[in-house]
Ligand binder design. Structure first.
Ligand code: FAD
Ligand code: NAI
Length: 462
């Protein structure tokens, strides 16, 4: 039996970051992971592999659609799917090995196996029981199931199966127009699949700024994705090679069937804590099956903390990482802090979509008086030069003080541009502060400055 200051259960972005910070703060730390490799959902079957496939398929799309106009003529590359998967796997490999290296560097013990908490202060891995003054549960999430839809990870798949299909399907039906459906739907549409997205609601990406939703859907349609909106999927019927998706249109209750070679179920994720022993331990849960925590990420059981997808809040890697750092600091007696009002969300399609803070809808609901400054990438020289003039930056500010309350970007580099606004929001900046900051020309970031100018006396290039 070994004794630790901290044992972290789960090595995803929440768990591994918590472990590293704990070790850096002088705490004797171990991390339990049941997978073959470290890094959790994000590195193994989430953020990283999906971004590798998005990158490769985007390169193909550029070659097919934009090369000729720039004077780059000749045959477009053909798809070697096995090699693309190998590239994706090697990307996973370098990243997961990187975490192993960081664990060694920080003298963190990797306890290999599935962990449970037989009682407070103890973690069981296999036959061994280890003592820990503090335990951090970071066991993440898994794909939600849909009644009537049986996943086999071959024909009816979750994102995990969609990242390693045997071949590029001719027809793919995606259930759910959320982040996973649109990112992976884009991958396969670019690779030549006929992709149809079936969505329950009337707009894609729920909760996002409505103007962004409309523009985004228009752009995706232009890229060849088909949408069936306001449709509730009832069930799927699958053979070994094909499936039928039955859905009902909400407007008239009419029933329809659509055929597919592969069905991707992307209707959300739910917290995962199987086998940890939370019930017996008496850990309080929320109504939605998450581990309930206070504002120091402490559960109802003394010495047991929880972070990441397994607790409340957006299921995002960087949210889990922030909580990982903060909980380590709390355990070390320091001041751990996460600003939940400034957590960006990014969709890595082409173009990227990014948002942070309030939307007009949330402000209207709260009766908060606001102003909007908007700038189209059509007025941005750099964007036009790379065929990326479609899209805009929208900044929302407090009507009286000009303090930035939120931003919504659809366009080139949106996932990076949003961070300028995040930093501004962290510092309580006004749109004028952004507008007065010199931005290099020609960069996409000038569109952010112009949107900030639009909150005041007006943009220059519009
Ligand atoms: P996880 O990453 O889920 O890690 C939990 C780990 O705990 C797992 O490795 C699991 O094996 C382990 N574990 C569970 N129970 C036990 C146990 N009892 N004992 C030992 N080990 C255990 N987020 C983004 O911010 N950006 C993206 O681009 C993005 N893309 C995504 C794409 C896909 C396809 C998916 C599915 C998700 C994506 N996400 C993305 C979400 C992101 O992956 C999660 O928010 C993030 O991984 C959550 O981190 P976590 O540490 O809470 O849990
Ligand atoms: P999601 O919550 O983003 O979207 C699910 C969609 O499915 C919603 O639009 C919902 O209305 C729809 N839906 C639900 N039931 C349906 C039904 N019966 N028929 C038709 N449509 C139905 O969930 P998603 O895409 O599965 O992603 C899960 C999580 O993973 C998200 O919370 C996200 O934060 C995270 N993620 C983040 C990424 C990023 O940051 N780029 C990338 C991928 C995932």
């Amino acid at each position: 039996m070994s004794t630790y200051d901290v044992i972290v259960i789960g090595s995803g972005p929440g768990g591994y970051v918590a472990a590293i910070r704990c070790a850096q703060l002088g705490l004797k730390t171990a991390c339990v992971e049941g997978r073959e490799t470290l890094g959790g959902t994000c590195l193994n079957v989430g953020c990283i592999p999906s971004k590798a496939l998005l990158h490769a398929s985007h390169m193909l799309h550029e070659a097919e659609h934009n090369f000729a106009e720039m004077g780059l003529k000749g045959k477009s590359p053909s798809v070697d799917w096995k090699q693309m998967l190998a590239y994706k796997d090697s990307t996973i490999d370098t990243n997961t090995k990187g975490i192993e290296f960081l664990f060694k560097k920080n003298k963190i013990d990797w306890l290999k196996g599935w962990g449970s908490i037989p009682e407070a202060g103890k973690v069981k891995v296999g036959d061994e029981v280890h003592e820990a003054k503090n335990i951090i549960i970071a066991t993440g999430s898994e794909a939600s199931s849909l009644p009537g839809v049986e996943v086999d990870e071959k024909v009816v798949v979750t994102s995990t199966g969609a990242l390693e299909l045997g071949k590029v399907p001719k027809k793919m039906v995606v259930i759910g127009a959320g982040v996973i459906g649109l990112e992976l739907g884009s991958v396969y549409a670019r690779l030549g699949s006929e992709v149809t997205v079936v969505e329950f609601l009337d707009a894609i990406t729920p909760g996002m700024d409505p103007e962004v939703q409309k523009t985004f859907q228009r752009m995706l349609k232009k890229q060849g994705l088909n949408f069936i909106m306001g449709a509730a999927v009832q069930k799927t019927e699958a053979t070994k090679t094909k499936a039928k998706v039955h859905y009902k249109l909400r407007k008239d209750d009419s029933e329809h069937v659509i055929d597919a070679d592969v069905v991707l179920v992307a209707t959300g994720r739910k917290p995962y804590h199987d086998g940890v022993g939370l019930d017996a331990l008496g850990v309080e849960m929320t109504k939605r099956g998450q581990i309930a925590v206070n504002d120091h990420w402490a559960t109802s059981v003394s010495g047991v903390y929880a972070i990441g997808d397994v607790i409340e809040g957006p299921m995002l890697a960087h949210k889990a990482e922030d909580e990982g750092m903060a909980v380590a600091e709390v355990i070390a007696g320091k001041h751990g802090h996460v600003n939940y009002g400034v957590i960006p969300g990014v969709i890595y399609t082409h173009p990227e979509v990014a948002s942070v803070g309030e939307t007009e809808a949330t402000l209207k609901e709260a009766g908060h008086a606001y102003k909007v400054g908007k700038f189209s990438f059509m007025g941005n020289a750099r964007a036009k030069a790379v065929f990326a003039g479609d899209g805009f930056v929208k900044i929302i500010v407090d009507k009286d003080s000009d303090r930035i309350l939120g931003a919504h970007i659809i366009g080139p580099g949106a996932g990076d541009l949003i961070h300028e606004v995040c930093v501004a929001m962290e510092f309580g900046a006004s749109a004028q502060d952004l507008a007065m900051t010199c931005h290099a020309h020609p960069t996409y970031s000038e569109a952010v400055r112009e949107a900030a100018l639009a909150c005041g006396d007006g943009p220059i290039h519009m």
